[in-house]
Design a protein around this ligand. Structure first.
Ligand code: CP
Length: 307
């Protein structure tokens, strides 16, 4: 296992294949903890973690908080609406004030791409990215790769297709970097306006129709259309998007029968994914959520060991 030396986790782009594998292997051990009768270990006893969520979240926030509790950390939760950010305090001042309370780790979600790099350079506590704008969501990509590895036994050589709003997706970017480093063949698909061709430069196959994107895939990861980040009209209507790029009872026939169907959530049911498929036998969507807990325990544990 590669020795972990980072005090921050900001992007899968920064990680080597060995570091990603270290996180996944550590997560495998922590998954066993959550299957015990007593689901708690003392690994972060005496450490304080602040969860600062400046954007909405259900899965990531709950999962980080539970991971911290399972590791016996002391936890403070701050949300944007109840913080002094609403009074005009800068993000750096907020973070410096949190650090002045001898906090060991800051887990943050923020709408500004790069905000974690900015803080990590200026703080001595660890900084973990729980999502920054359309840039990165490293723990989502790590839990996705963990789930693929657990289900398929490997990542190298698998065909993984990611479909939807790639342009605005931190999940897509983080998955692409992690999967390429681990040797997967990555295809991205969706409306040409939402699927940047520049990914071809790093070996990603780019498709603009659903059939080509799905055929031969071992794994398909569906993404939500991110209306909150779109400043223009990228396709005529949601109905048209669902008809052309939605995974449903008809279009799932393009997939191999043993292909995994994944989604980071939240799902827009009936748009990118029909309920019959989201809740069907090929879906591993809720297993992704379960694995997110183990992956976040691993990340917190490895980073805390470097502080
Ligand atoms: N997948 C994900 O990041 O979900 P939340 O926005 O609910 O955290």
């Amino acid at each position: 296992m590669a020795k972990w030396t980072r005090k921050d986790l900001i992007s899968t782009y920064d990680l080597s294949a060995e570091e990603i594998t270290t996180i996944l292997d550590t997560a495998s051990e922590f998954k066993k903890v959550s299957e015990r009768r007593i689901k708690k270990v003392p690994a972060l006893r005496g450490k304080t973690v602040v969860n600062l969520f400046v954007e909405p979240s259900t899965r990531t926030r709950t999962s980080f908080e539970l991971a911290e509790q399972r590791l016996s950390a002391d936890i403070i939760n701050i949300s944007a609406t109840t913080s002094s950010l609403t009074k005009g305090e800068t993000l750096l001042d907020t973070a410096k004030n949190i650090e002045a309370l001898q906090v060991n780790l800051l887990v943050m979600r923020h709408s500004a791409a790069g905000s974690h790099y900015f803080l990590a350079k200026r703080l001595s506590c660890g900084v973990i990215n729980a999502g920054d704008g359309a840039h990165c969501h490293p723990t989502q990509a790590l839990l996705d790769t963990f789930t693929i590895r657990e289900k398929k036994g490997r990542i190298e050589g698998l065909n993984v297709s990611i479909i939807g709003d790639i342009l605005h997706s931190r999940v897509a970017r983080s998955n692409i970097w992690a999967l390429i480093k681990l040797g997967a063949n990555v295809t991205i698909g969706g409306p040409a306006t939402l699927v940047p061709r520049e990914f071809e430069k790093i070996g990603v196959r780019v498709c603009d129709n659903l059939k080509d994107t799905l055929e031969g895939a071992d794994v398909v990861n569906l993404l939500r259309i991110q209306h909150e980040r779109q400043r223009a009209s990228f396709f005529p209507s949601i109905g048209e998007y669902a008809a052309i790029f939605g995974l449903n009872k008809e279009t799932i026939k393009y997939l191999k029968p043993d292909a995994l169907v994944m989604h980071p959530g939240p799902i827009n049911r009936g748009v990118e994914l029909d309920s019959s498929i989201a809740d069907g036998p090929q879906s591993v969507i809720l297993e992704q959520v379960t694995n997110g807990l183990a992956v976040r325990m691993a990340v917190l544990y490895l980073i805390a060991g470097c502080l």
